[in-house]
Design a protein around this ligand. Structure first.
Ligand SMILES: Nc1ncnc2c1ncn2[C@@H]1O[C@H](COP(=O)(O)OP(=O)(O)OP(=O)(O)O)[C@@H](O)[C@H]1O
Ligand SMILES: [Mg+2]
Length: 381
């Protein structure tokens, strides 16, 4: 079977599992032209959800990834790239369409290649005024959408990377301006640094303060994974996984979407698995990822490492209490400090929902967010 059933990147179409409530919430927001920011710790499925909903709605969209877009020029170019793709989706290429685009995007150089519009900065633009360019390109796109009676989704991923650009605040101001003026463009933001991203929308001093609804993504339930995985098992082995195998899969990965895929990808190619094979594959995942996990742990302070080691052995509702202080060998004040930093950095999380297949996930207990890191640390704790 050459199909990638369990991708390490975007999960789409048959690879995509559940998220029924979130898909509906996002689709409703888009219908009402309410801008949304997707929030979750890393690798829970923000980008997959956004792409899945955009493809289901079949609306034109500008998908813009600001990964490492640390300066004004790169930010402007990436936004223009997304806007060009959205324009190409709306207008079938032709002389009339070309003239229309030229008239609307009069500040830009327009070209047409392989049936797609390219909207680029003028060669002789001189000193780039990123804010002006972005504002006028977004306004032109909104005008085009209104003329064509279309709604366009502008999806900006890794949005927090914009904060390093010189004009970051003014660019966000320009986006706010357009977002508030039109209902033809619906903005959807997400990013892999939860802390920075949320700050951009929750901090009163920031231009995008209170612009968006927030949609929080948690881990999925085993009940949501069951039909998805059993149907893929049926496709692969012509039979269903046994309950002990399914439970083992859910408990080793602790329902973390990235790790469910990583583990399934590892054993979904061989013979029909038993519990032992699943455990062996998880161990193999740990060995393959051990360099990265080690590097992540090495970046932490000694106190933070000690807290993690203690948590790997035993989760707790009171990670800063006396009992855990005795267990970890750290003072209560050191625990407070380390716990705050590790929670802010999404290294630790508090369990929000319990699950029948993973009984050790107890509500409100503090745990290591990365189940493979927890498994790795257990060997050294
Ligand atoms: N609904 C889903 N069904 C199946 N797999 C999923 C789903 N959502 C996410 N995944 C898997 O989880 C992993 C992370 O997905 P994705 O890249 O969409 O997350 P993200 O939150 O955008 O990550 P990052 O924080 O790194 O940007 C990928 O392996 C993806 O295939
Ligand atoms: Mg992402």
């Amino acid at each position: 079977m050459s199909e990638d059933l369990f991708p390490s990147k975007l999960a789409l179409g048959a690879q995509f599992c559940n998220r029924v409530i979130e898909r509906k919430a996002l689709a409703d927001n888009i219908a009402k032209a309410r801008h949304t920011v997707l929030v979750s710790p890393r690798r829970y499925g923000k980008s997959s959800l956004a792409h899945q909903v955009m493809s289901e709605l079949k609306l034109p969209f500008a998908s813009i990834d600001l990964f490492l877009a640390y300066d004004d020029k790169t930010v402007t170019q990436r936004l223009l790239g997304g806007i060009s793709r959205a324009v190409s989706e709306i207008l079938p290429p032709g002389e009339k369409a070309f003239k229309k685009v030229q008239a609307l995007f009069s500040k830009f150089k327009i070209s047409l290649g392989l049936g797609l519009f390219q909207i680029e900065l003028m060669q002789d633009a001189g000193d780039l005024d990123a804010v002006d360019q972005i504002y006028s390109a977004l306004t032109a796109l909104a005008d085009l959408a209104s003329q064509e009676k279309k709604k366009i989704i502008i999806y900006i991923d890794e949005f927090q990377d914009i904060t390093s650009a010189k004009s970051a605040k003014s660019i966000q101001g320009a986006i706010r301006h357009v977002a508030q003026e039109t209902s033809a463009l619906v903005f959807l933001f997400s990013g892999s640094n939860r802390h920075l991203l949320v700050e951009m929308f929750d901090d009163k001093s920031m231009p995008l303060y209170m612009l968006c609804d927030k949609l929080y993504l948690e881990r999925m339930h085993s009940a949501d994974y069951r039909p998805h995985l059993q149907s893929l098992a049926d496709k692969m082995w012509k039979k269903k996984l046994s309950e002990p195998v399914f439970n083992k899969l859910m408990s080793l990965t602790e329902l973390h979407p990235f790790y469910v895929n990583l583990l399934c990808h590892t054993f979904w190619k061989g013979a029909f698995p038993g519990v032992k094979e699943v455990e062996q594959c998880w161990h193999q995942c740990m060995e393959e990822e051990s360099r990265r996990i080690r590097a992540e742990i090495e970046k932490l302070t000694r106190n933070q490492q000690d807290l993690l080691k203690a948590l790997a052995l035993c989760s707790t509702e009171e990670p800063t209490g006396q009992a855990f202080s005795a267990r970890s060998g750290l003072s209560v004040s050191s625990l407070h400090q380390a716990f705050k930093v590790l929670s802010d950095q999404d290294v630790i999380f508090r369990v929000k929902q319990e699950d029948e297949c993973v009984p050790f996930l107890q509500k409100n207990h503090a745990r290591i967010l990365d189940p493979l890191m927890a498994y790795y640390l257990k060997q050294y704790a």
